[in-house]
Design a binder for this molecule. Structure first.
Ligand SMILES: [Zn+2]
Length: 88
């Protein structure tokens, strides 16, 4: 998970081209997994590296932290908490 400034920029890992895709990301902490799905990101066609728009990675990190706090303090999870981003 890295930041990229320009959409047209090639993958910094392998130089492959990036494509806009909806992705899922799973994070684990203290035996709790949080899954975010429906995130718009740029994905490398060659190595599969995921890039978020500028500021996007920070927002994802913020959302993930909040979800972990919710899951860990409320203890209402069943080892996995899923957040879905949908367009309405
Ligand atoms: Zn790549």
């Amino acid at each position: 998970m890295r930041k990229v400034n320009i959409e047209k920029e090639p993958c910094s890992e392998c130089g492959g081209s990036l494509e806009k895709k909806y992705v899922s990301q799973e994070f684990e902490r203290e035996r709790v997994a949080v899954r975010l799905s429906g995130l718009l990101a740029l994905v490398c066609n060659d190595c599969g590296d995921i890039y978020f728009q500028p500021g996007g990675a920070d927002k994802v990190a913020e959302a993930t932290n909040s979800l972990f706090e919710l899951a860990i303090t409320e203890r209402q999870h069943k080892h996995q908490l899923t957040a879905q981003i949908c367009q309405v």
